[in-house]
Design a protein around this ligand. Sequence first.
Ligand code: DAH
Length: 340
Amino acid sequence: MDDKLAALAAEVEARAQQVRDERELDELRTSVLGRKGGRLSQVLAGLGKLPKEERAEFGRRANEAKARIEASLEHARRRLADAAVEQSLARRYDVTFDALPPHRGSLHILRQTLEDVASFFRSRGFAIVMGPEVETEYYNFEAMNIPADHPARDAMDTFYVGPRTLLRTHTSPMQVRSMLAYPPPIAILVPGKVYRRDALDARHAFVFHQFEGLQVDRGVTFAHLKGFVTDLCRALYGEDRRTRFRPSYFQFTEPSAEVDVSCAVCEGRGCRTCGGAGWLEMGGAGMVHPHVLRAGGYDPETYTGWAFGLGIERIAMVRNGIDDIRLFTENDPAFVEQFA
Ligand code: DAH
């Protein structure tokens, strides 16, 4: 029995010196010390067959052998750990190797579109002002000549946040707010978010962006409006684009018009993008209603003005061939990075 223990310990010691990695070491450990089927347990199983007086001595030797086995395994473990450190220290790096280019962020396509709009307005000397998205009924509707119970309030499908407060349904309330804040003449661009209780689909979102243009001065006419919007459309869509004004109705303008731009996809011949019409609706425009000027504290006998409101998503969609308004807010990198 003693011989078997000594032989096993010697064998383990020799094999431990040979193991090349953690896995081999684990295998060796289990094959010797494993509770079931481990070779040491097998030798110890012979204990019961020994005469009583030999058992104590055998036990002592068995513990010695086990300690020796564990020591050789531990020795091997340290050898492997040291080798791993040595190896990592020996690794050489090529510090001249080109790093991967860092990921560069970029402006969102809506922001880029707004920047183009803003630079046009700036070049004409307009000031850019921002207004509150949580608005009062008064500025959103009454001041814009839309009285309570007027069906236009339903058409706007308003989100109310309180009895007389709401999320603005258009950027138009900033017309009166700005007139109250600045004496005439005034020339402003108001970009921003607007909210409507629309069901989400490819063409409707419950939050989107508009911008309002407003100019009030002595002697401002519809011709100024037409010239400004035509130039803006050329700046945004290219010199070849034609614009068209269709008679329309808004409570806050008189006369009112709907602005169309010739479809860039089919050059006006009619296609899927423009629904065969050859024209795309861009938004509303008109001469500021006297009631609105008065609400802003301007005298309609002295001052006239034009205003228009366009959707920024709409412009970005037409300019870039984007066919679903939901893409703007989903932030799929595959979409966003196309415009980087
Ligand atoms: N506020 C209108 C809307 O959101 C758009 C609009 C029409 C704005 C005519 C104007 C305007 O300034 O003159 O539907």
